[in-house]
Write a protein that binds this ligand. Structure first.
Ligand code: ADP
Length: 352
């Protein structure tokens, strides 16, 4: 480990790595890097390299761990043995257990767990190369992996730390600042500024904490921008109008092509809907007609009606009767579980 530097900030206000006090390290992200996970993200932040993978929602085993009204979100932070200069002993440590717990809780207000009662959403954050700020880097990667997995979320979560060196607050600590600085204040927050993680190491006054939080807020705004850019490049657009047009186009294709062979009468009615789309009352009537004519062959309610109905309604009360996720089979059939998923027994052992 390098020695403590004499000064962390030079006369020009620049830090050892050339950053200003309120600047974060360069961050790059890539989503969907793991084909066997439901969602994934590889993130580099300065010299940190982190991989996040999400599995689920899938039915949780053993069943006694299931929550009747929501999904369980499990977050596992792990540092690879080769991620630091001296090899880290593999397996959970007190530090990684603590980080896993608080990081999972950082997603509490955004993940819409109520849609998947009885299910589990597993988030794995693997630190491949560590250089200070790994828990914050892992949270930033995990957010995108969750989105990549299609988990319904109210918004994104971003995280960065603030610290104190040479009597000054600095954003996003580098390694020497983390090792030898006076304080380390990792923070995570939602897009609307709700703080979901706040830890502190070292000493800061109340005033410094308040200023530090504001500084972290600015850092998180930069990170949200990077995350959104990644989402744009993967999913094309976040523009509401374009998304709406796309949805309308898909609805038109569905109504004009669907089920024509099976029920001609129904197709005619659907064309009427396309022509007189503006007329809500007529739409209701048509929906009723469709229901009357639907013998369960060509149309189901789900196909005709808005597919954005809450998943809660779809899953009903007895979620165990339903497949939680594509490819997730009923209990006992482990053949379709994503690779890397443990069997009941394995999982039981691991949890102990
Ligand atoms: P964070 O990585 O979230 O800042 P810490 O403040 O605990 O978490 O750690 C700071 C840095 O110290 C880590 O990023 C890593 O580079 C290094 N570090 C942490 N734990 C170990 C360890 N067990 N062995 C060697 N280096 C470690």
């Amino acid at each position: 480990m390098s020695d403590k530097p004499e000064k962390f900030i030079d006369e020009n206000g620049l830090r050892l790595d050339g950053r200003r006090v309120d600047e974060i390290r360069p961050m790059t992200v890539e989503m969907g890097v793991l084909s066997r996970a439901d969602g994934s993200c590889y993130l580099e932040w300065g010299n940190n390299k982190v991989l996040a993978a999400v599995y689920g929602p899938r039915e949780l085993h053993p069943r006694r761990l299931q929550r009747p009204s929501e999904a369980l979100v499990r977050y596992r932070y792990n540092m690879a043995a080769f991620s630091v200069e001296d090899r880290i002993r593999p397996g959970p440590s007190r530090r990684s257990t603590e980080i896993s717990k608080v990081s999972g809780e950082a997603f509490e207000p955004v993940v819409m767990k109520q849609f998947y009662p009885g299910a589990v959403i597993d988030v794995f954050a693997e630190v491949l190369q560590a250089d200070a700020g790994t828990r914050t880097a892992a949270i930033n990667a995990a957010t995108l992996a969750l989105v990549d997995a299609g988990i319904p979320m109210k918004g994104l979560v971003a995280s960065c730390a603030v610290g104190k060196v040479d009597g000054q607050l600095v954003l996003d600590l580098n390694k020497p600042e983390d090792n030898y600085g006076d304080a380390d204040l990792p923070i995570a927050m939602t897009e609307d500024g709700e703080i979901t993680l706040l830890q502190m190491d070292g000493n800061l006054t109340a005033d410094e904490i308040a200023k530090g939080i504001e500084m972290a807020r600015k850092g998180c705004e930069q990170i949200f921008a990077i995350q959104k850019e990644a989402l744009l490049s993967k999913f094309g657009t976040t523009d509401e109008e374009e998304l709406l047009k796309e949805a309308e186009l898909q609805a038109e294709v569905a109504t004009s092509e669907d089920e024509t062979e099976d029920v001609e009468v129904v197709s005619e009615v659907v064309s009427e809907v396309a022509l007189e789309d503006e007329d809500d009352e007529l739409k209701d009537e048509v929906d009723e007609d469709l229901e009357l004519q639907d013998e369960g062959e060509a149309f189901t309610d789900d196909e005709v009606e808005d597919t954005s109905d809450e998943a809660e309604d779809l899953f009903g009360e007895d979620v165990s009767e339903f497949e939680i996720n594509e490819g997730t089979e009923s209990e006992g059939d482990s053949s379709s579980e994503p690779e890397g998923a443990e069997s009941d027994e394995d999982e039981g052992e691991k949890n102990e």
